[in-house]
Design a protein around this ligand. Structure first.
Ligand code: ATP
Ligand code: MG
Length: 593
């Protein structure tokens, strides 16, 4: 099978590759030890030289299914690790209690693997969960208090907000900022021991209430939340803030390059401040990880926010997370996308430091480029009307006679053999291939015109029957003798049009689901309207068609190109499942707009 386009080309460089190459050249992380599992400075220093030249991570919150934006992050993090002799960790960022679900954990693992990546390396699974680090996070917090870098603030949330100031106004120190270390320690332990209610106190870093970067105005490290956690149960009633937890997770896992989306750029100074302080205490391995930001993927005509995707599912606007119109990885997969096509897409869009929207057609082009050299070809009629050959018995001897025809499985791969199907007196053709009065430039069926039925014979149209409403119920034609494709002299009769068809005798009935964009505007939810009002009411069109017999035994997930119609995938999970169900992954050309 041919490999994907672009596969053998050198990968285009980008700012992240340059950073990594520079670090490798300078040996920035060359001296690090790895303790075999995530851990503090002592456990790593007791270990071996780190076998991974770099460590990256993909850190999803297990609160939904992954979408195409996550695919970009997965391809980036796992791809960089693969290309530079590194290891990429899959880390469930489950520091927020109440929200996680094992269904999502399994879904995320499945998506990463389906995309072609894994977290096993050197006989070790690098699958981690951030909640396993709660003990260390607590210890680091006590250290920060002891070193004078953190304090327990008991201002009301309103005062805290007001005293933070804004872009034009410096913040005001909390009256609790000057508490003694001992008092802070005692109060923090009381928070931990459940003596305070939710919202009554937070642990804050002591940095600078006048910093021009608001994220450095004594950010919160821990909050009180009396809630069960799926991993740690009721052990904790204080939970670390994301901005505190994330750098520590990276440090414990020996991450070298912590890659995140641009909205975290303003957090980078705090990321470094925190890890510098914790490293001063000798608690984490050094040199500590560094954060790098790239532009998140925005794809036109869909939404890439888990919250909005969940709303589409919960409110029944789609059939589920795996609805083929969804930009989720499970949805794209059911739609017919291949792992290779998504990898190709991610490579082509690259990584940049400026936010932009990628046109949906870029995704479809990657799919076509991947499938064109691979997908078996087949004929299918999606809007069928019967074509009757009125002189069939005259030419063939009897109306019952069937004439075997064949076509290559793939036009560029003769080794893949031929498909067989029957030509006969009655054939299914596309309704749009007949016009009683043809518009200019129409070369298909109209009375008096000759066309070739692809891989079959030339016929001359004689007319059509209609019902009371004027709808065509049957088209008639006469077969032109000695014109069968592949026989001598077949081309003696010149025709301007060729149409596809499926035999009535051996055609297989199929349900075909044609999809259009999920939203009718390019950037849903970015204007005045609620994104739900911008859903495309015609995003799904189900038709009853016929496909050639070679498709009767198609495997689930097998992708085929229906000549003239695009790329389709067999969907055995479709409900209700009667006959064959095909999803259209993409049309052959961009017909949208
Ligand atoms: P959402 O906003 O959809 O809920 P998230 O960022 O909260 O997404 P996480 O589970 O926290 O979802 O994300 C895991 C990783 O995927 C993060 O490192 C995040 O930067 C990355 N990621 C999420 N969305 C995108 C996107 N649209 N483009 C690129 N990377 C993304
Ligand atoms: Mg998130």
């Amino acid at each position: 099978m041919a490999s994907s386009p672009d596969k053998d080309l050198p990968k285009p460089s980008n700012f992240l590759r340059q950073v990594i190459e520079r670090d490798l050249e300078q040996g920035t992380y060359g001296q690090r030890q790895w303790g075999g599992t995530p851990g503090d400075a002592a456990s790593h220093q007791a270990g071996e030289p780190d076998p991974a030249r770099i460590r990256t991570r993909f850190p999803p919150e297990p609160n939904g299914y992954l979408h195409v934006g996550h695919a970009k992050s997965i391809c980036l993090n796992f791809g960089l690790a693969r290309d530079y002799g590194g290891i990429c960790h899959l880390r469930f960022d489950d520091t927020n209690p109440e929200k996680e679900d094992t269904e999502y954990v399994e879904g995320i693992k499945d998506a990463v693997q389906w995309l072609g990546f894994g977290w096993d390396a050197n006989g070790t699974s690098h699958l981690y969960q951030a909640s396993d680090y709660f003990d260390f996070m607590y210890r680091a917090a006590e250290y920060l208090i002891e070193a004078g870098h953190a304090y327990v603030d008991e201002q009301s949330p309103e005062d805290m907000r007001a005293n933070r100031g804004d872009f034009s106004k410096p913040g005001v120190d909390s009256p609790f900022r000057s508490r003694s270390i001992d008092e802070n320690l005692q109060r923090f332990r009381e928070m931990r021991d459940g003596k305070l209610e939710d919202g009554k106190a937070v642990l804050r870093a002591k940095i600078d209430m006048a910093s021009p970067n608001i994220n450095l105005r004594d950010p919160a490290l821990y909050r009180i939340k009396h809630a069960e956690h799926h991993n740690t149960g009721s052990k904790w009633c204080i939970y670390p803030m994301y901005t505190y937890a994330h750098p520590i997770e990276d440090a414990l896992e020996n991450i070298t390059h912590s890659i995140c989306t641009l909205e975290f750029e303003d957090q980078r100074p705090f990321y470094d401040w925190l890890l510098d302080r914790v490293a001063e205490g000798g608690l984490i391995n050094t040199p500590h990880p560094r954060q790098y930001e790239f532009a998140r993927l925005n794809l036109t005509y869909v939404v890439t926010s888990k919250r909005k995707l969940r709303q589409l599912v919960d409110e029944g606007h789609v059939s589920g997370w795996d609805d083929p119109r969804m930009p989720t990885i499970v949805g794209l997969r059911r739609r017919g996308y291949t792992p290779e096509s998504l990898q190709l897409f991610c490579e082509r869009i690259g990584v940049t430091k400026a936010d932009s929207w990628i046109d949906y057609s870029t995704l479809e082009i990657a799919l076509r480029d991947d499938l064109d050299p691979k997908a078996a070809r087949a004929m299918a009629v999606l809007d069928p009307v019967k074509l009757v050959i009125t002189n069939w018995a005259e030419v063939m001897g009897s109306d019952a006679h069937l004439d075997p025809c064949q076509a290559p499985v793939h036009p560029h791969h003769p080794e893949r053999g031929m498909r067989q199907f029957m030509f006969g007196k009655e054939l299914w053709i596309e309704r749009t291939d007949y016009e009683e009065t043809p518009p200019k430039g129409f070369f298909r069926l109209f009375p008096g015109n000759k066309v070739r039925l692809k891989y079959g014979h030339v016929v001359e149209c004689t007319g059509a029957s209609k019902d009371a409403d004027g709808k065509v119920t049957e088209v008639q034609a006469r077969l032109v003798p000695d014109t069968k494709s592949g026989t001598r002299g077949a081309d003696a009769v010149k025709v301007k049009g060729t149409i596809t068809w499926v035999g009535v005798s051996d055609g297989v009935q199929a349900e075909v689901r044609l999809y259009d964009r999920l939203f009718s505007v390019p950037q849903p939810g970015t204007g005045e309207k609620d994104f739900l009002e911008e859903l495309n009411p015609e995003s799904l069109n189900v038709v009853a068609g016929f496909v050639e017999p070679s498709l009767a035994k198609t495997e689930d997930n097998e992708r085929v190109q229906f000549e003239r119609h695009g790329y389709f995938v067999v969907d055995h999970t479709a409900q209700p499942y009667r006959n064959l169900v095909f999803n259209r992954a993409a049309a052959l050309k961009d017909t949208f707009r």
